[in-house]
Ligand binder design. Sequence first.
Ligand SMILES: [Zn+2]
Length: 66
Amino acid sequence: MTKAKKAKNKVPSKRWKKYKVSGDKIERQPSCPKCGPGIFLAQHKDRMYCGRCHYVEMKKQKERGA
Ligand SMILES: [Zn+2]
């Protein structure tokens, strides 16, 4: 029995851009209030998430008629 091993090429997610360059400015993404500067929050559709301490910060939501 021979098992072919699938080679997995890990592609770094482009969502994890920690810096934004706009013109001459370098904008840093919001960092985690718990872990402090240096630990950035992952950007999600409606929330931000810290992969280190699992802190979640909800983004401002548009008013929903819930
Ligand atoms: Zn954190």
